[in-house]
Design a protein around this ligand. Structure first.
Ligand code: SF4
Length: 369
């Protein structure tokens, strides 16, 4: 399998003050965790980030990454340049204004020769905690001063279920501030906002456990994975998808305790940045040799899911969770053996033939979502 365009998530803390109703990590917050890099882990971060196959580094958390500013800045400073970083944030920075933060990040990005995207969460859950005024500050700054911070851009992340809410909220903010803007839909998963001359992507994900939150208007799992496939022009599997070729990349997550997982398949850690020397090649090797991960990276996800639904009691759980990156780890706790058997069965088939046979059908379907 041709692997490139790797994406590495660093979940650097579970600490967050926002207290959103839908937060999946509230329980874990009873034990606050912050990634603290030492000599070995710093070397591992350097090796993972600066590997030529690594395309994008996402700094996030099961909390707010700016709650662990030390680690955040150490990770940014580990780059030798030419990398894309995304920083996912709720924007609730109590001690610093939006312009100050953007200028500070731009200084680091410029020094290191990187590009940063600040991905701000705007949906009904975050908005009730962060407030109209803070969002206004972001858009005001980008509309008037984006040229001053050429190495840092803004993007918005939201929920498909809150698309109308997010569009209305942003329009209201921009109209109130009398800003020139145009908001247009790119696909089911993405809008583009043009604010003066600055483009801002608005990306929509589907909600995890929507029924628990009383959302009956949720976007169903099958449609969501087809929409992702349609966006990237290939069938959805785990692994980092990209639009540039038929290949895909590793999608890894480093947790605050240093454990490294395959994103969406956090069944057990495949390394730890504090205890051993790691490199990208080790994880590439696992993708080709470990039948479980190999199946998740090569077999179309919807086909795996359809088969998993045949295990008694599993179908309703899949529907409840409704998100491709949360299902595997949940089912693995109780159905490890059955899952492994199903994955092995898929791998026995000739995947090339299998994928080609189904590809046209999938592409046709995705156009009809
Ligand atoms: S901002 Fe994010 S991490 Fe913090 S409470 Fe809300 S959803 Fe959870």
């Amino acid at each position: 399998m041709n692997l490139n365009s790797h994406l590495i998530y660093f979940d650097i803390t579970n600490v967050c003050d926002a207290g959103c109703d839908f937060c999946m990590y509230r329980e874990g917050r009873k034990n606050p965790e912050r990634l603290q890099l030492d000599t070995v882990s710093s070397l591992n971060v350097y090796r993972l980030i600066n590997h030529p196959g690594t395309d994008c580094i996402v700094i996030s958390g099961e909390g707010e990454p700016f709650s662990n500013e030390n680690a955040l800045k150490q990770i940014l400073d580990s780059s030798i340049g030419g990398k894309k970083f995304q920083i996912i944030t709720n924007g609730l920075w109590k001690k610093i204004s939006v312009p100050e933060r953007f200028h500070e990040l731009n200084k680091i990005a410029k020094k290191n020769g990187d590009q940063y995207t600040v991905r701000l969460s705007i949906d009904s859950y975050h908005a009730s905690r962060i407030g109209f005024k803070r969002y206004e500050e972001f858009f005001d700054f980008v509309a008037s001063s984006s040229d001053d911070v050429p190495n840092v851009s803004l993007a918005v992340r939201s929920l498909i279920e809150d698309k109308t809410f997010t569009r209305r909220l942003i329009s209201k903010i921009l109209k109130r501030s009398k800003m020139n803007y145009e908001l247009r839909e790119i696909c089911v998963l993405e809008d583009e906002l043009h604010l003066n001359n600055t483009p801002i992507k608005i990306q929509y994900k589907n909600l995890v456990n929507p029924y628990k939150l009383g959302r009956v208007d949720c976007f169903k799992l099958g449609g969501y994975t087809l929409a992702i496939g349609n966006k990237y022009g290939k069938l959805f599997t785990l692994g980092n998808l990209n639009t540039t070729s038929d290949s895909k990349g590793l999608n890894l997550t480093v947790k605050p305790n240093g454990n490294v997982f395959f994103y969406g398949a956090e069944i057990h850690p495949y390394g730890n940045i504090f205890t051993e020397l790691l490199d990208i090649e080790r994880f590439e090797h696992i993708v080709s040799k470990d039948p479980f991960i190999n199946a998740l990276y090569t077999v179309p996800f919807n086909d795996l899911i359809e088969k998993l639904r045949e295990i008694p009691g599993v179908s309703s759980r899949i529907d409840k969770i409704n998100n491709p990156y949360w299902i595997i780890k949940d089912l693995y706790r109780t159905h490890k053996e059955e899952m492994s058997e199903i994955f092995r069965m898929f791998l026995k088939e000739n995947q090339e033939t299998y994928s080609l046979k189904n590809k046209n059908l999938y592409i046709q379907v995705t156009h009809n979502i």
